[in-house]
Design a protein around this ligand. Sequence first.
Ligand SMILES: [Zn+2]
Length: 338
Amino acid sequence: MVRPKHTALLLMLVCLPALGFDVCVEAFLAMDTAYPEERLARIKRFVEGLGEEIPSGLALPKDLKMYVANRPDMRMSQAFSQASHGENVIHAVNAEGTDIVHEAGHVIFDHNLFEISQVPLVQEYREFRKQFAQSLKSNDQLELEVKALKTKPPSPERDNAIRRLESQIDDGDDFRLRLKEKYNRVVGVERAHPISCYSELFSDALAFAKFGKPRVMVDAASKRMKEQFDDKTIADIQRGRDFSADLKPEEWPDKHPYNDAHLYYGPTHSFIGQHLAGKSKAQRMQFMEVLFRAIENDMKNHLTITADGRFYTNARTTEQANRDLIDAIKLESTTSGH
Ligand SMILES: [Zn+2]
């Protein structure tokens, strides 16, 4: 098989003095990133402060890492994010307010899901991600060894060693492919994984809760989509992340790009916007726990693992999934009084 290029990560750990918070944030910079230390410290304090704002039923992981780069380098940041799965990484490109909160949202969501939730699907998913990340990490290591060997003068021994390492790398690639097959489109092609869809909604909602601006994530949607779609489609999909939109589940097509993980719960964004209209910041933050519990219940009710141990890919239409989640939010909100 053709071996995909996988770039080893070049990172620099920036140590910042502890500030007495409960949460310890470590920041990793891309090598080419010249961040003024003062600015980095500000970002770090911002994230730690966020930990104090989230409701008591949700936890921010204590060992939090941030990957910060000046320029958006998706390949690097994705590689970092993948290689660090299970290690509570905020991957922040051009890290300022909105992006950071959205990325922190993913970490908070995963942490609470993996550490606290007992939904069986979640524990399976966690195991998948762990194995996937371990395999990626050991491949990174092997790639580095190959690179080092290639700087040495050619010899039969050197060439043999390179061949041996490359075959190990191929084995790792095959292992991850088989893992993906077993866990049925987890790192999804045709359809986004349901847990990713929940996670994107949760992260957008956290940015809205924090800043109170319903259109806080709209630009993020357009930036990503600009190269791929025409203006009409962009305008349409921007509404998917707009908490002041008025999308109904039946308006949301069950096709790309509408069922992309970021847009999948478009109508639920609209519902949350209406639900939180006029609420204070404290109430909006409290709602994040309501949303988390609603998502958990929705998972319990609608996502299972098949008898042969495969993930049950979300077979609901986007319309049905949005209806179900909106109902779950309404129920949890009534029960909790938030
Ligand atoms: Zn996201």
